[in-house]
Design a protein around this ligand. Structure first.
Ligand code: FAD
Length: 467
């Protein structure tokens, strides 16, 4: 069975980038259709990414906090994990949010066509759904088809004990021993969850630090903490993975590589994500897709084809939901005739680990690469009343300033709730604040965000007696 519809705007993919673009387009009065191959809206982020991982990290945090208060005279005893109930909690959170998106699209009269969409020309996409083909004729298209986990040819990915992040989020079992391949954000977040559930975890990372994008001093504080729960194998890579009946045997090479293959109950491959650009027959619409599957766009999110835009993970790094949302708004507004550009000064990055690692704007590494004269100031949480009172003194708030203007150009926080505290630094950079602006802003006491003002005071020279 085949049917045909026509619309002003079609959005291919219903992740954060796609639904944000579709909703904005509809709000601006454009006829809008979303094509999504899965039954629910929300893409990777809501279904198998940001949201389910944070639900599980919330539980992991409660477990760790309950353990930690034993040192202060309150003993809860060993946690009993009911995996089915935990999975239901995660699914309820996901369902609430994806269901909400369904309601929001209905309210806006955005039609959802379920199925796998491919271009057949510069104004048509053919969608293969469970109940037949739908041909969507469009004036404008926005490609928001996202990304998927990278797989390696020497890894038997079809073995159920070899996981990607989606498998890890399914929470089918709590393995005795898990190898997390890749010390980036996704691997460490999932490692944090499983460690709290009782799994013994090794993390193998090619670089000499985990979270390679963050500055060394920030990661040092983080590493000191996570070494208590993970065995970190740095400057080492996996060279062979063999699935045997009694476990997955992993061979590693490098500075810290074990001499013999190591047996694991499961292996989580978290070595990055790759864009879905090659599965869309984009060439039939004349769209250039690079050899990795990314689609190049200009600052208005327009591809090389005038009526076709692209947003989200598929247009490049950083592959983050909030970046895609803003790009989606730009694309929709440009299509509606408004003048809008994607030109943010900063896009924040956060590892929702324990403790959290968060940074925004330039890192020192980037400032050096870009030959920018900079200075830094840090406030250690060992000097923060709130951090000490909350048993969270292993943290730091760091600011990076332009040496000449003293404007904030970057910042990082490692510590409990670091991600929540980062907002002030992002705003400071966007607004062009200098050290004095932050130092003179009265921050409430005792709070953790006070540390942002105090780091600026350190830079101004008004605090000198730090531990
Ligand atoms: P996606 O979310 O990938 O959505 C693309 C959609 O397009 C999918 O629903 C897909 O089914 C659909 N699609 C693709 N091709 C077709 C086709 N041909 N036809 C029909 N439909 C198609 N980011 C953060 O900012 N914060 C976090 O805390 C965070 N945590 C994460 C945790 C994990 C475990 C993972 C895996 C990712 C996480 N991310 C996080 C990244 C975030 O999920 C992505 O950056 C975000 O989802 C990208 O949004 P998108 O709209 O570009 O694409």
């Amino acid at each position: 069975m085949s049917k045909e519809i026509s619309t002003q705007v079609v959005v291919l993919g219903a992740g954060p980038a796609g639904y944000s673009a579709a909703f904005r387009a509809a709000d601006l009065g454009l006829d809008t259709v979303i094509i999504e191959r899965f039954d629910t809206l929300g893409g990777v982020c809501l279904n198998v990414g940001c949201i389910p991982s944070k639900a599980l990290l919330h539980v992991a945090k409660v477990i760790e906090e309950a353990k930690a208060v034993a040192d202060h005279g309150v003993v809860f005893g060993e946690p009993k994990i009911d995996l089915d109930k935990l999975r239901s909690f995660k699914e309820k959170v996901v369902g609430q949010l994806t269901g909400g998106l369904g309601g929001m699209s209905k309210m806006r009269k955005v039609d959802v066509v379920n199925g796998f969409g491919k271009f057949t020309g510069p104004n048509t996409i053919e969608v293969q759904g469970a109940d037949g083909v739908t041909v969507v004729n469009f004036e404008h298209a926005i490609i928001a088809a996202g990304s998927r986990p990278i797989q390696l040819p020497f890894i038997p990915h079809d073995d159920p004990r070899i996981w990607d992040s989606t498998d890890a989020l399914e929470l089918k079992e709590v393995p005795g021993k898990l190898l997390v391949m890749g010390g980036g954000i996704i691997g460490l977040e999932m490692g944090t969850v499983y460690s709290s559930l009782g799994t013994d975890i090794d993390v193998v990372e090619m670089f000499d630090q985990v979270i390679p994008a963050a500055d060394k001093d920030v990661v040092r504080i983080f590493t000191k903490q996570i070494k208590k729960k993970f065995n970190l194998i740095l400057q080492t890579k996996v060279t062979a993975v063999e699935a045997k009946e009694d476990g997955i045997y992993v061979t590693m090479e490098g500075k810290k590589a074990p001499a013999e293959p190591v047996r694991y109950d499961a292996v989580l491959v978290a070595i990055g994500r790759t864009p879905n650009g090659k599965s869309l027959d984009a060439e039939k619409a004349g769209i250039n897709v690079d050899e990795r599957g990314f689609i190049n766009v200009d600052k208005q999110m327009r591809t090389n084809v005038n009526n076709i835009f692209a947003i989200g993970d598929i247009v490049g790094q950083p592959m983050l939901a909030h970046k895609g949302v803003h790009e989606g708004h730009v694309a929709a507004e440009v299509i509606s005739g408004l003048k809008h550009f994607f030109d943010p000064k900063v896009i924040p990055s956060i590892a929702y680990t324990d403790p959290e690692v968060a940074w925004v704007g330039l890192t020192e590494k980037e400032a050096k690469e870009q030959d920018i004269a900079y200075e830094t100031a840090s406030f250690p949480w060992a000097a923060s009343g709130r951090a000490i009172a909350s048993d969270a003194s292993e943290g730091m708030t760091k600011l990076i300033f332009d040496k000449e203007t003293h404007r904030v150009i970057g910042g990082a926080i490692v510590g409990v709730n670091g991600g929540e505290l980062l907002g002030e630094i992002g705003l400071a950079i966007e607004m062009g604040c200098d050290a004095e602006d932050l130092a003179l802003t009265i921050h409430a006491h005792p709070t953790l965000h006070e540390s942002v003002g105090l780091a600026a005071e350190v830079y101004e020279g008004s605090i000198t007696d730090l531990p």
